[in-house]
Write a protein that binds this ligand. Structure first.
Ligand SMILES: NC(=O)c1ccc[n+]([C@@H]2O[C@H](COP(=O)([O-])OP(=O)(O)OC[C@H]3O[C@@H](n4cnc5c(N)ncnc54)[C@H](OP(=O)(O)O)[C@@H]3O)[C@@H](O)[C@H]2O)c1
Length: 255
């Protein structure tokens, strides 16, 4: 006898790294996890296999979140195929290094398309089919609380996502709760070296930043926190308390 599915989650960017860890954290016998990917098809299959190994149900779906027509069609297609989705985790993002003195319009537009517009339109489509008690979790960055002008368009996309989280919390209540998960340095990105990464993490008040298990714990908390909406949970070892980064202390110039 199969266990009835009572929850269905879509996790974007779940074919690798943070998105993979978040999708895997959702593995449960009563949850169907839809593993979204763009280029990481093999990784997505591995994520889905791990979810199944842990007793959950999983399927994979491809979508380029820079393609607005594909974004519009994604949730209606999945909802028609599988049934209503009640958890949306917007984790996929691009992470390009730019600044006010080295802006590139193509990079800027693409970063905003993938990191901000896609989650916004996915949220709209999600809301049209979501049952009562549904949840949206937007993966932000501790850069929303410790501004970093060395990642200008990326940071702008995340600051806008913080605003979106709060606006949608108001717009979609009481049917849907909307919260943000803001990791600090978690995995090596860009041109960081293991040494510069470790040193940057150690600068946080707790002498550590987030790891994937911390993010999984935060995700599960926010999904279950029935009285919480419009909240941003920063998980970064307290680094955000130190305030803005003057010029990418975490990512020296060009990294
Ligand atoms: N890593 C960290 O330390 C850290 C720190 C703070 C915040 N975050 C946030 O955590 C999230 C994941 O970070 P990460 O480091 O795991 O990211 P990552 O390794 O750079 O991977 C990016 C993810 O986004 C997806 N993606 C990128 N462009 C896409 C597009 N055009 N269409 C569809 N999907 C696209 C990728 O999918 P494919 O691989 O399938 O193409 C991949 O799953 C992001 O929101 C990031 O801002 C991460």
């Amino acid at each position: 006898m199969t266990t009835p599915v009572i929850s269905r989650a879509l996790v974007t960017g779940a074919g690798r790294r943070v998105g993979c860890a978040l999708a895997t954290a959702l593995a449960a016998p009563d949850r169907h996890v839809i593993v979204h990917y763009n280029a990481s098809s093999e990784g997505a299959e591995q994520t889905a296999a791990e979810i199944r190994r842990l007793g959950g149900l999983a399927d994979c779906v491809a979508c380029d979140l820079g393609d607005s027509a594909a974004v519009e069609g994604l949730i209606p297609k999945l909802s028609a195929q599988f049934g209503p989705i009640d958890v949306l985790v917007n984790s996929a993002a691009t992470f390009h290094n730019d600044a006010i003195d080295r802006l590139d319009r193509t990079v800027f537009d693409h970063q905003l398309d993938v990191n901000l517009k896609a989650p916004t339109f996915l949220s709209a489509a999600f809301a049209r089919q979501a049952p009562d008690g549904s949840v949206i979790i937007n993966v932000l960055d501790n850069k929303v609380a410790a501004l970093d002008p060395g990642f200008l368009s990326y940071g702008l996309s995340k600051v806008a996502m913080e605003g979106l989280t709060k606006m949608l919390a108001l717009a979609l209540a009481p049917k849907i709760r909307v919260n943000g998960l803001a990791p600090g340095l978690t995995l090596i990105s860009g041109k960081q070296t293991p040494d510069s990464f470790a040193a940057a993490k150690a600068r946080a008040p707790l002498g550590r930043s987030s790891d994937l298990a911390d993010l999984a714990e935060g995700l599960l908390f926010l999904i279950g926190a029935k009285a919480t909406t419009g909240q941003i949970l920063v998980i970064d070892g307290g680094r955000y308390l130190d305030g803005p980064l003057a010029t990418s202390a975490y990512h020296p110039a060009g990294s």
